[in-house]
Design a protein around this ligand. Structure first.
Ligand SMILES: [Zn+2]
Length: 95
C-alpha cells in the first residue's frame, strides 16, 4: 500500500499514514506529517524546521468510513519562527 493512500483518502496532502487500528467499532488512524515540508508559522506564514514542543491530539473524522467512528491521531506543534518567536504551527486542514 502506498504511504500516501490514507492522506489521499482523507484529502490531507501534508501528512502520511503511520499506523491504524480498529477496536470495538472505533477506528484510529495515526498520521504523521511529511517532515520535508517543515512548519508554517500561524502568524506570518514563514516556514521553519524548528519545533518548540508538541502534543498529541485526537480528532473525530467523518469523511471516510461513515459506518464506524473514525479518529485521526496526530501531533500538533508549536514552532520557533525566526521572525515571531514561539507560535502554533499553521494547520489549515484541521484546527
Ligand atoms: Zn512568524
Amino acid at each position: 500500500m502506498p504511504d500516501n493512500i490514507i492522506a489521499e483518502c482523507l484529502n490531507l496532502p501534508g501528512v502520511k499514514f503511520a499506523d491504524a487500528q480498529i477496536q470495538d467499532g472505533i477506528a484510529e488512524i495515526k498520521i504523521a506529517r511529511r517532515s520535508e515540508l517543515g512548519f508554517a508559522c500561524s502568524n506570518c506564514g514563514q516556514r521553519t524546521y524548528f519545533t518548540w514542543d508538541s502534543n498529541q491530539v485526537r480528532i473525530r473524522d467523518l469523511s471516510v468510513f461513515d459506518k464506524k467512528k473514525v479518529y485521526l491521531i496526530l501531533y500538533k506543534y508549536r514552532i520557533r519562527c525566526p521572525s515571531c518567536g514561539v507560535r502554533v504551527e499553521k494547520r489549515d486542514l484541521l484546527m
